[in-house]
Write a protein that binds this ligand. Structure first.
Ligand code: KG4
Ligand code: ZN
Length: 340
């Protein structure tokens, strides 16, 4: 079973050809970082336009580099949501056109389920139920996953996603985009205990998240002490490295404690952390330590598959096909800004 995966839900146009959900024949990602960088975040209208320019060259390149012809591809897996509707529609239109022209089946894929399968690419998926934290620029959610079943949502963010908080704080401090990468790097030279930023747990029983409080705390911190960007204010009494390391530590604390609580309540020993923020060095370190304490089978995707890519979409499409078969009605496939 050879699947062409297509991803265009946010600011990466990606295509990949993957055999039996595991063997990567090719992978291409066209990033729009330089387009959105001046704005400190993704501008949806610009993202859609860039996807339109990139989608055909990216698919062409993935097909060429795979050594397969389009005829040898058994199905097309495409991200249908959640994501930016204008961006999703570009990938979906391309996928439908190829499926229709070549009479190939289409498999609609949930982007978050795609992230989840990135964690299982390197080996066998967990044999039993698992708890999965999806933590990216657009999403922060905990899922309970039973093999062969769609993931069940346990909790999600009520406001900002964790990656969004990284991006907004980096913008506020004038550190560049995407913020998570810069904060991760600077934090290596910082003291994570230097500033005590708030941790929002939303009550002992909640699996939901909220990151707007910590973002506001950084805004207030900058108002009080001045930003490294604004020379008219006082100079920060703290090093920027210490401020971002403390911010990062507060975010990781919340993600780690909520995931631990979910694993304990659900009585599982398989835990996965996926999405762009799963590339964070401190997050990987703290989750790895916790896994050793608790005896978890912890899965973290390789760094290249944490952020958006199409390998994970082709891998998830293979699982969706095993579970649900092909989508019979091509015209029913549409973009969904929200999905489980
Ligand atoms: O999964 P992804 O590519 O896109 C979405 O589905 O949203 O995630 C992008 C997000 C951005 O917010 C970026 O700042 C964050 O992941 N990110 C990181 C790191 N690398 C990327 N956050 C923290 N530490 C990192 N090393
Ligand atoms: Zn993503």
């Amino acid at each position: 079973m050879i699947i062409l995966g297509i991803e265009s839900s946010c600011d990466e146009t990606a295509a990949a050809i993957v055999e039996r959900g595991r063997i990567i024949r090719s992978q291409v990602v066209a990033s729009q970082i330089s387009v959105h960088s001046p704005y400190g975040g993704v501008v949806p209208e610009l993202a859609s336009r860039k996807h339109v320019e990139a989608i055909i060259p990216v698919i062409d390149k993935a097909v060429r580099e795979s050594g397969c012809s389009l005829d040898e591809i058994d199905a097309i897996g495409v991200t249908c949501g959640p994501g930016l509707v204008g961006s999703l529609l570009v990938g979906i239109a391309a996928a439908k056109a190829i499926a229709y022209a070549l009479d190939k089946p289409l498999i609609p894929v949930n982007h978050l389920e795609g992230h989840l399968w990135a964690a299982f690419l390197g080996g066998d998926p967990p044999s039993g139920p698992s708890v999965c934290l999806v933590v990216s620029g657009g999403h922060t959610a905990l899922y309970f996953v039973k093999p062969g079943e769609p993931p069940q949502l346990l909790g999600t963010t009520l406001d900002d996603a964790a990656g969004e908080a990284f991006d907004k704080v980096a913008k506020l401090l004038g550190l560049g985009y995407p913020g998570g990468v810069v904060i991760d790097r600077l934090s290596e030279q910082g003291n994570p205990q230097a500033v005590s930023f708030p941790r929002s747990f939303l009550g002992r029983d909640s699996f939901d998240f909220s990151f707007s409080g910590i973002k506001t705390a950084v805004v207030n911190f900058v108002k009080k002490f001045g930003s490294p960007l604004d020379s008219s204010k006082e100079i920060l009494p703290y090093r920027v490295e210490d401020v971002v390391a403390s911010f990062q530590e507060a975010i990781v604390d919340v993600l780690l404690e909520k995931t631990t609580m979910a694993a304990e309540r659900k009585g599982v020993r398989h835990v996965a952390v996926v999405g762009g923020v799963a590339a964070n060095r401190r997050l990987r370190e703290r989750f790895t330590e916790r896994a050793m304490e608790k005896g978890w089978d912890l899965r973290l995707p390789p760094l290249a598959f944490c952020t958006d890519n199409a390998v994970m979409i082709a891998a998830a499409a293979y699982e969706v096909w095993k579970r649900e078969g092909f989508c019979r009605d091509l015209f029913s496939v549409d973009a969904l800004s929200r999905w489980y």
